[in-house]
Design a protein around this ligand. Structure first.
Ligand code: GLN
Length: 493
C-alpha cells in the first residue's frame, strides 16, 4: 500500500539526517511555538529549555560525526506530569506534590533519554490522573487546539493538546480508564493504550495499579507504533511488565483483507451525538470496502463496566494515595498541634475536590460491611468482563467502538455534574478492566469541526493488529478530507 500520510517522526528524522535543519533549530522552533501558543492551550505546565537544547546539541554532534540516528533520536516530545523525571519537578498537577523533584527516572523516560529524545517539558493533566477534561489540574485545564472554548480531554489533556497543537511531535500519557484515548479522540490525534504489562510503569505515579498503563499520543499511527516499539521492553523494576511480543512498526502494511472486525451494539447504545454514530457507521462501511469482514455480536456485560471501574479505581487510589502525608515529601500544612492534625490538614489542603471524593469513595467500598457488597462484587464482575472479551475474540480479531460518546466538552462542563462526567468514560473503561490494548484514531468531525474518535480494541499483546487496522483507515485518500483538520498553531511543517 502506498503511504499517503507519512509519520511525523520519520519525516523529521529524515530532515535531520539530510542536514535540512539541525536538531537545535528544530528544538528552538518548538520552544518558540510553545512560548507563543501555550498561553492559549495550557498544555505545558513546565518547559525544560536548557536540557532540551543540550540534548539537541548532542544529537547534532553525532550527526556531524556521521552517526545514524537511533529510534526517536532528536525528536522533540513531552511527558505527562505523572511520569517521574530525575531532577525535573513532577507534580501530578496536584498541590500536594508541588516542589517535588524525583531522584530517578521512570523506566520509559530512561529508555527514551538513552536514545537522545528531546524532552520539551511536562504536560498538564487532571490531578493524579482523575478526570476527563484536565480541568482537575491545580494549574487549570488544557484547551483544545481545534477550539479553545472546548477542553482537550483528560486526564492526559496536556499531551493531546500539545501534539494536536504542534507543540510536540509526540507525548507519553497514562491510561487508567481512557486517559490516553479520550483526549486523543477530542483533539483529533492517535492515542494508544497498550496491553497491561506491555510497558513498564516503574516511575509512573500510581493511580490504580491494576489498570494503569503508559502509552503514546502521536500525530499518526506510524508515530504511535514507533513510540510503542521504543518503550515496550521488559523491565526488572516492574514485575508486571514483560514487554511487547514483537515489534509493530515493521508490520504496518495497511493490508486487512479478511480481518474480522467485531461490532458490539452495546458500545453504540450510549452515543449521545448523532454525528458520532454516523461517523462510526461510516467507518464500519469503510472497513468493509477495504476487505474486512464485519461480525456483529452482543456484549451485555458492558453495562457493568463503568460501576466496576469506578469501584476498583477508587479503592486502589485510596491505597496508593495514602503515602501523601506531609511527612516525607511534598506539601505540608503550616500550622498544626500534633502529627494527626498535621496529616489531616496536609491532605485536606493538598488534595483537590475530585481526588478527595475518590479517596472517600474508595474507603467506603473497602470498609467492613461494604467490602463484600461493592469491592468483592466488582472484582467478580471484572472476571466476567475478561471472559466476555475472551469469547468475543474467538469471533473477531478487532473490536470497533466509539472512543467517547461525544466530541470535546465545552470548558466548565465537567465541574457541573460528576456522575454525568463519569458516564462519558463508558466506552474506554472496559479495555482497562480487561487489560487489553486499544487505540483511538480520528474518524470524522462534527458540525462544529470538532474531531470524532474511533476505538479499535485487540486481544492481549495484539497491538500490531489494531495498529495495522488503524493504519489502513488512515492511509486512504478520503482520510484527509473526512477526518483531518489542521490547526493553526505551533510549529508549521
Ligand atoms: N476519566 C477516568 C477517570 O477519571 C479515566 C482516567 C484515567 O484514565 N487516568 O478515572
Amino acid at each position: 500500500m502506498e503511504q499517503k500520510r507519512p509519520g511525523l517522526i520519520r519525516s523529521l528524522q529524515r530532515r535531520l539526517e539530510q542536514k535540512e535543519l539541525s536538531c537545535r533549530e528544530l528544538t528552538e522552533e518548538y520552544l518558540k511555538a510553545i512560548e507563543r501558543d501555550n498561553p492559549a492551550l495550557n498544555a505545558y505546565i513546565l518547559t525544560t529549555r536548557l536540557a532540551a537544547l543540550e540534548t539537541a546539541e548532542r544529537v547534532d554532534a553525532r550527526l556531524a560525526a556521521g552517526e545514524k540516528l537511533l529510534p526517536l533520536e532528536g525528536i522533540p516530545m513531552t511527558l505527562k506530569d505523572n511520569i517521574s523525571t530525575d531532577g525535573i519537578e513532577t507534580t501530578c498537577c496536584s498541590k500536594i506534590l508541588k516542589g517535588y523533584t524525583p531522584i530517578y527516572d521512570a523506566s520509559v523516560w530512561g529508555l527514551l533519554k538513552k536514545n537522545n529524545a528531546v524532552l520539551l517539558g511536562k504536560t498538564n493533566m487532571d490531578e493524579f490522573a482523575m478526570g476527563s477534561s484536565s480541568e482537575n489540574s491545580c494549574f487549570g485545564g488544557s484547551k483544545n487546539p481545534h477550539n479553545t472554548e472546548r477542553v482537550a480531554g483528560g486526564s492526559s489533556g496536556g499531551g493531546a493538546s500539545a501534539v494536536a497543537g504542534n507543540l510536540a511531535a509526540y507525548a507519553l500519557g497514562s491510561d487508567t480508564g481512557g486517559s490516553i484515548r479520550q483526549p486523543a479522540s477530542f483533539c483529533g490525534v492517535v492515542g494508544l493504550k497498550p496491553t497491561y504489562g506491555a510497558v513498564s510503569r516503574y516511575g509512573l505515579i500510581a493511580y490504580a495499579s491494576s489498570l494503569d498503563q503508559i502509552g503514546p499520543i502521536a500525530a499518526t499511527v506510524e508515530d504511535a507504533a514507533a513510540v510503542f516499539d521504543a518503550i515496550s521492553l521488559p523491565d526488572p523494576m516492574d514485575s508486571t511488565c514483560r514487554g511487547k511480543q514483537s515489534a509493530v512498526s515493521g508490520i504496518l502494511t495497511g493490508e486487512i483483507e479478511g480481518l474480522r472486525i467485531g461490532v458490539a451494539k452495546e458500545y453504540f447504545d450510549g452515543i449521545k451525538q448523532p454525528e458520532v454514530a454516523a461517523a462510526l457507521e461510516k467507518a464500519v462501511r469503510t472497513y468493509e470496502k477495504l476487505g474486512a469482514k464485519i461480525v456483529s455480536f452482543e456484549l451485555p456485560i458492558l453495562k457493568y463496566a463503568l460501576p466496576v471501574y469506578y469501584i476498583l479505581a477508587c479503592a486502589e487510589a485510596t491505597s496508593n494515595l495514602g503515602r501523601y502525608d506531609g511527612i516525607r515529601y511534598g506539601y505540608r500544612t503550616e500550622n498544626y498541634k500534633n502529627i494527626n492534625e498535621m496529616i489531616c490538614k496536609t491532605r485536606s489542603e493538598g488534595f483537590g475536590a475530585e481526588v478527595k471524593r475518590r479517596i472517600m469513595l474508595g474507603n467506603y467500598v473497602l470498609s467492613s460491611g461494604y467490602y463484600d457488597a461493592y469491592y468483592k462484587k466488582a472484582q467478580n464482575l471484572r472476571g466476567t468482563i475478561v471472559k466476555a472479551f475472551q469469547s468475543a475474540f474467538e469471533q473477531c480479531d478487532v473490536i470497533l467502538a466509539p472512543t467517547v460518546p461525544m466530541t470535546a466538552f465545552p470548558v466548565g462542563f465537567t465541574g457541573q455534574d460528576q456522575v454525568e462526567t463519569y458516564l462519558t468514560d463508558i466506552c474506554t473503561v472496559p479495555v482497562n478492566i480487561a487489560g487489553l490494548p486499544g487505540v483511538s484514531v480520528p474518524c470524522g468531525r462534527d458540525g462544529k469541526g470538532l474531531p470524532i474518535g474511533m476505538q479499535l480494541i485487540g486481544n492481549s499483546f495484539r497491538e500490531g493488529i489494531i495498529l495495522n487496522a488503524a493504519y489502513a483507515f488512515e492511509q486512504r485518500d478520503e482520510y484527509l478530507s473526512e477526518c483531518f483538520s489542521k490547526v493553526e498553531m505551533g510549529v508549521k511543517f
